[in-house]
Design a protein around this ligand. Structure first.
Ligand code: FAD
Ligand code: SF4
Length: 460
């Protein structure tokens, strides 16, 4: 019988397990860490940051006791620099390129320093930005996640009147509903949203869904330009029998509930948890169910560690949390007991001809009270169709855009997870929003024509 229960832990254990995973630097630690930077000319870390933050410049400001100047350097390029400091996989971005690594096998802790500067600014309550002189133009932004909010903020700074349409009741997108709780502990995501909206000239309409309450054609008629930043609201299925029985969950839905829970002890969690997938979502659901008190948590991924979407650091983090990762196996059947999940049957896999995944025919069964599907998300097509007609050019199931984040429709831009060729990271969505805003601004001011999106001209 499936063992799924609430209250697996003592009350103080929940608080401990979901507190900030990485404590902030003290002022003294920030000074010492900033002193490790070589302040490289043509610094490779800047190239590696998708938002192009001038990292040596902000670190120098911390070193000289100017955290406000440091925060300005960061937020001018990346208005969501506070959350990015906590969630960026820095090991494959800025810190991955740090020259210090060659000397000391340890990069400058760029993310931690970025957090130090932005926390200082928010704690001090200093607003650095204000809306620009009114241009008389109106822009609709669909989706209040990192892409949409970054676009809205930059457009407001450039003088345009922005309305954000968000399907949910809160802004923030996956910063609020998806990213692991211990990465963005407390009210960090909403604090950033409040800071961003305080720029002025951004109107917000929550619980307004494109494809439901509003239509693209109407937005195009009523606004001078439209930005689509609605992420990926759909979840991929496993495509096997009984994947919808009780006890099989969509990882992102469960994480969303966890992130909004007032009382974590009230969340039911299994004794034996099996997670299917290999990306950040798989790592996050595995670590969080372990921290909710699950006894055995196993991630099963169909290929090897090198092919996992999660970085080595994230894989190590999962193992530090007591999560077991098994590679080269794929689920073939959910085994049910009294109408609920009881186990998952897997088939061993291998890389066949040309690297194509092949089953070996050998099988094994793993007992499970709870199974999480974490094999990626998909664009919900509704917003991109008008009536029954597909109105936006698509590429690999996502919206096709060019370098300026133009779509194939005049006056419509898109960015973040919903577009093809991106990195599916918060920082990349922020950059998309920023680039789209600059492109929209040039177009609204008559300084650029919107080229028809040419096939294959993906921004990635
Ligand atoms: C579980 C999980 C953990 C992650 N962890 C990390 C991490 O640690 N680090 C990292 O860099 N990245 C992480 N990511 C990826 C990152 O969260 C995304 O790349 C980023 O949030 C994309 O931003 P976005 O604005 O494109 O989309 P989203 O954040 O998804 O925001 C889209 C917004 O649009 C709204 N919306 C959707 N459809 C409509 C509609 N039809 N009408 C109106 N509004 C709509 C949604 O409600 C949402 O608010 C994680 C993702 C997941 C799923
Ligand atoms: S935004 Fe992310 S990638 Fe860029 S410097 Fe900050 S932590 Fe590094």
């Amino acid at each position: 019988m499936a063992d799924i229960r609430t209250n697996r832990l003592a009350p103080d254990e929940y608080a401990r397990n979901f507190a900030d995973a990485h404590p902030p630097l003290t002022p003294a630690q920030a000074l010492v860490e900033s002193d490790r930077c070589f302040f490289c000319y043509d610094a490779p870390c800047i190239q590696a940051c998708p938002t192009g933050i001038d990292i040596p410049s902000f670190i120098r400001k911390i070193a000289t006791g100017d955290p406000k100047g440091a925060a300005k350097d960061i937020l001018t390029q990346n208005i969501m620099g506070s959350v990015c400091a906590r969630v960026c996989p820095t090991e494959v971005l800025c810190e991955g390129e740090c020259v210090r690594t060659a000397q000391e096998e340890r990069p400058v802790r760029i993310g931690a320093l970025q957090r130090y500067a932005t926390d200082w600014l928010f704690d001090a309550g200093v607003q650095l930005f204000k809306a620009g002189p009114a241009s008389g133009k109106k822009v609709a932004v669909v989706g209040g996640g990192p892409a949409g909010l970054s676009c809205a903020h930059r457009l407001a700074m450039l003088g345009h009147a922005v309305t954000v349409f968000e399907a949910r009741s809160k802004l923030g997108g996956l910063n609020e509903y998806g990213v692991a709780a211990y990465k963005v502990a407390g009210e960090i995501a909403q604090r950033e949203v409040d800071y961003l909206l305080a720029v002025g000239n951004i109107r917000v309409e929550t619980e307004k869904m494109l494809g439901g309450h509003i239509e693209l054609a109407k937005l195009r008629r009523e606004y001078d330009a439209v930005f689509l930043g609605m992420g990926l609201a759909g979840v991929n299925g496993l495509g096997i029998d009984a994947e919808n029985v009780d006890g099989v969950y969509d990882a992102i839905g469960y994480i969303g509930t966890l992130r909004q829970a007032k009382d974590l002890s009230a969340l039911p969690v299994g004794r034996k948890v099996v997670v299917i997938g290999g990306g950040m979502t798989a790592i996050d659901i595995a670590c969080q169910t372990k921290r909710l008190g699950a006894e055995e948590v196993t991630i099963v991924y169909r290929r090897g560690p090198e092919q996992m979407g999660a970085s080595h650091k994230e894989q190590d983090w999962a193992q530090t949390n007591g999560v077991l990762i098994r590679h080269w196996a794929r689920p073939v059947r959910i085994v049910t007991e009294s109408g609920m999940v009881g186990a998952v049957e897997f088939e061993y896999t291998r890389a066949g001809k040309g690297g194509k995944l092949a089953g070996t025919g050998e099988r094994f069964t793993m007992a499970a009270d709870m199974v999480f599907k974490a094999i990626g998300q998909a664009l919900v097509a509704d917003p991109t169709v008008d009536g029954s007609k597909q109105v936006l050019e698509m590429e690999d199931g996502r919206i096709a855009v060019d370098g300026g984040r133009h779509t194939s429709l005049e006056g419509v831009w898109a960015g973040g997870d919903c577009v093809a060729g991106g990195q599916d990271l918060t920082v990349a969505a922020v950059e998309d929003g920023k680039q789209a805003a600059l492109s929209i601004d040039a177009w609204l001011r008559g300084e650029a024509v919107q080229p028809a999106k040419s096939k294959g001209a993906s921004h990635g």
